[in-house]
Design a protein around this ligand. Sequence first.
Ligand SMILES: [Zn+2]
Length: 251
Amino acid sequence: MAQVTQDAAGAPLTFAKRFARVSPADRAGTADRVTRYVDVTVPLVPGLVPLYPGDTDLSVRREQHRAHGDPANVSSMTCSLHCGTHVDAPVHFFDGQSGVDTVPIGTLLGPVWVADATGVDGDIDAAALSRLAIPDGATRILFRTSNSELWNAPRFVEEFVSVTPDAATVLAERGVVLVGIDYLSIAPYRDPAPTHEALLRAGVTILESLDLRAVEPGWWTLTCLPLRIPGADGAPARAVLSRPSSPDGDR
Ligand SMILES: [Zn+2]
């Protein structure tokens, strides 16, 4: 496997930079593989990130300024907890149920199957799901759909590809622990509760608003850490996919 010796601009990589690109497993082991990371988090830019109807406007504002004599530059943020890339908790649809802080870390980290659902016309129902050839061992599944193109539009679009309740039930019965999708909701806009309920009732964690435009279908490793907000119905998260770079040097 070719060693990466140049950065994206063609400059030689120092040893330290090269080392930093290698996963701990590789460092301890044999290969000179490098890891490819894809940040699938939607940037929280007011006015550019589409918001679900009814959600609180996103605002990121500098409140203290060194230039004005304040001890540091300090900003504030207001938004819905379902703004941008985020995790849904059971209490999002079930009063009295657990919050996002109780989602097991082990659910949010590990192998994930990115399903190619770009050819699905309409919603992902049980029949469409069965045609996606998801491996039996996949317990975390992200759906890459035609929704990914909607990230080019700053306004919320009501017609997006979602998962229907019957497909959600199939996923729960398969033992899936996490399901994600590349738009603001896993569920049809007109009737969001049944799909959310089928997943959350079964303990399936929901990850929404992923930008999967740069992600090829197949196996990846998911790293997703929502903010630790006790009892919250959801929380913004940073989500990254990674896998070994291919021999021809993609990264
Ligand atoms: Zn949500």
